[in-house]
Design a protein around this ligand. Structure first.
Ligand SMILES: Cc1ncc(COP(=O)(O)O)c(C=O)c1O
Length: 419
């Protein structure tokens, strides 16, 4: 056990960490394995949050740990823009192969999701020579100036942080009649000839695990194609097998011009990538893209180990199986508990919408209460949604049946408590 208690570390934290950075729990983690987190006082938690969609292959996956150790012993940094190295090109080769689209591709590595979204926008603007970007209601793309502008939710992400970046236009997400609101936007908001890209999460994450209706993305991509607009898929939360396919956009057979990956790409090492059509990615002038740490060798080695785990340890099959088990249990709860509205999401990216009253108003307090009850009983679970009323599951695919069952029993108990 650690020499400090949670209480002592929280006291220290309050003196040295900005109040602007909040945490879901007050438990300081000392170690983690698979789907289990262990805090400094030795208390264990089943992890249904995966560090917000980062630990798809599980905490401390042996292949990832070995790859990190091995690379760290060789060298930890040169800066790819100074001295390139093998792990980055090997990982880029794999990403170009596994991302949708049977056409030549290129990749660029960045440090985090927001930085990758920023770079996708830079590339799209450079290639099209157009300024505007279309995004969606309920979207989340990050916390930097541009990506916070692209993000939909005001509090906590945008409140007080303006003025925002120009040339970002927002439309409703997933309107049934074939992306009508995009056509509408061309009349009411922005000339299509000024639009560089439409940036969409195939399954909206922070916005509440929202899946658009059948045919939506095909229509959206067609409108983009017809107007010389790039279609960019932000797979930062929905990618790396989370929805049962490597990338969620594959569910609709759409091949994006650019695809953005981060989070579970390197199992917790800070790594993100933009992967896209060669002629678009190569259009940018030399030195136009990059950064000191982008594609760090240790992070790329971890990324390669993650892909190896997918190839050798049946991660996609595990994801599909997890999604099916969750769907079955959630469908049962939906019948039993009035508080549950829609079952949201796709595959193992699944959430429960909490609603109350005749008009099915968002029940954010109840969602929070369930999460708090779960935490008390040893289950970490996260809440999301524009109204804060969606309890979401992002558990590692390697979670054992026993751990999953225990976690779901705790959730069920919490649902009974608030019903
Ligand atoms: C869909 C999506 N895009 C972008 C981001 C931003 O990624 P990061 O926090 O690594 O900057 C997130 C993070 O939650 C996300 O879910």
């Amino acid at each position: 056990m650690n020499q400090f208690t949670n209480e002592q570390l929280n006291q220290l934290r309050s003196k040295v960490i900005s109040e602007g950075v909040a945490s879901v729990t007050t438990n300081f983690i000392e170690s983690a394995q698979g789907a289990i987190l262990r805090d400094v006082e030795g208390r264990e938690y089943i992890d249904f949050g995966g560090g917000i969609a980062v630990m798809n292959v599980g905490h401390s996956h042996p292949k990832v740990v070995a790859a990190i150790k091995n690379q760290a012993e060789k060298f930890t940094h040169t800066c790819f823009m100074v001295n390139p190295y093998e792990p980055a090109v090997k990982l880029a080769q794999k990403l170009c192969r596994i991302t949708p689209g049977d056409f030549p591709k290129r990749a660029v590595f960045l440090n985090c999701g927001a930085e990758a979204v920023e770079n996708a926008v830079k590339i799209a603007r450079y290639y099209t020579k157009r300024p505007a970007i279309i995004v969606f209601e309920n979207a989340y793309h990050g916390r930097t100036l541009l990506t916070m502008t692209m993000t939909s939710k005001v509090k906590p992400y945008k409140f007080g942080f303006g003025p925002f970046a120009p040339e970002i236009y927002r439309i409703p997400f997933g309107d049934v009649a074939g992306a009508d609101s995009l056509h509408d936007a061309f009349i009411k908001h922005v000339n299509p000839e000024a639009v560089a890209a439409v940036v969409a999460e195939p399954v909206q994450g922070e916005g509440g695990f929202i899946v658009p209706p059948a045919g939506y993305f095909q229509e959206l991509a067609k409108i983009c194609r017809d107007n010389g607009i790039l279609f960019v898929s932000d797979e930062i939360q929905s990618g790396m097998g989370r929805t049962g396919k490597m990338f969620a956009i594959e569910h609709w057979g759409v091949e994006p011009d650019l695809i953005i990956v981060a989070k579970s790409l390197a199992a917790g090492m800070p790594l993100a990538a933009v992967v896209g059509k060669q002629e678009i990615m190569d259009a940018v002038h030399a030195w136009g893209l990059g950064g000191t740490y982008g594609g760090n060798p240790v992070a790329c080695a971890a990324g390669l180990a993650v892909l190896e785990a997918f190839e050798e340890d049946n991660m996609l099959e595990k994801s599909v199986a997890l999604g099916e088990k969750l769907q079955t249990r959630f469908a049962k709860w939906q019948k039993e508990f009035d508080i549950i509205g829609e079952i949201r999401g796709l595959g193992a990216m699944l959430g429960l919408e909490f609603v109350k009253g005749e008009n099915k108003e968002p029940a954010a307090d109840e969602a929070r209460q369930v999460a708090a009850h779960c935490l008390e009983k040893g289950l970490l679970i996260l809440v999301c949604g524009s109204y804060g009323n969606v309890v979401r599951i992002l558990a590692p695919f390697v979670i054992t049946d026993e751990q999953l069952e225990k976690g779901l029993s705790i959730m069920e108990e919490a649902l009974k408590e608030i019903s």
